[in-house]
Design a protein. Sequence first.
Length: 365
Amino acid sequence: MPFAGHCLSYGGIFDWDTAEARLAELNARAEDPNLWNDPRAAREIMRERDSLDRKISSYKQLERELEDAITLIELGEAEGDEETIAEGEAALKALSELAQKREIEALLSGEADSNDAYLEVHAGAGGTESQDWAEMLVRMYIRWAEDHGFEVTMVEASPGEEAGLKSATLEIKGENAYGWLKTESGVHRLVRISPFDANARRHTSFASVWVYPKVDDTIEIDIKESDVRIDTYRASGAGGQHVNTTDSAVRITHLPTGIVVACQQERSQIKNRAIAWAMLRARLYDLELKKREEKANAEAAAKTEIGWGHQIRSYVLQPYQLVKDLRTGVESSNPQAVLDGDLDPFIEAALAQRLKDEQRAHASQ
């Protein structure tokens, strides 16, 4: 039975006995009147407790629904009722799919996986073609995030010269936002008949995606003022009576690393500056996480230009229709559904592969 396999796997990742013992320990600590003497430690304890409580409750619910579905099938078989049997089998199939998702969620145990996320999209070389592709990717991620109940805010957007976007930054808020999206970082390639080419020739376009976790005030990131350059500029917009006529947009450059962040979502320069600082802290935190990951996996960091190298996914609209993840081999013959936000099969496979890679790296140490 497929569901039983998923249930066992989910339980194995979850480490059921340890989880219940740990929850009992965290509940006891949460009742300690001295807990909030150290607010930072208290928040970490409460965050772990709430996350573990949700996982245990979810697992118990899956068990109850599994028993109900099996009982329904047995009842149908005893009475020779094909309709009841079909209803029970449909419930089992739905539970199998849900158990797969819970199994992936159980993998989201990294240091920053529970955090909100920033997602940046940058058009590659190629002008309008790549800028239009960048905007399509932004739309895809907004659709995916909204379908999963995340809150999405456009923090920064630089319009293309004729169409599309040169770059954009989304803030995605919700539980495990970074954990779900972290494997989307990389170069995305589009092949299609260009709507901007009068001769209807096939074009290849590239855009890069970078996902990094939003950090809260409990995480200390030391940034020297002498290490940054702050520029203000006029926010871009559609014009008309609401056009911003002051230099309210803020760009911060971190000189030692070359990291650049920008924010133009607020009318107030002070608010935009605060958001940009938060984004810079998040980028530097992400840089530190990446360094640790590279050390653990014995991999060298390598930033490449947006082009043929370091692609993670290919989207072909013409002459045939296929989306293929070049890391996991997962494919879809319905590119429109993917571009409308149907990313779960790709994300789940990439997360599972990443876990296997990390386990191999740790085993070899």
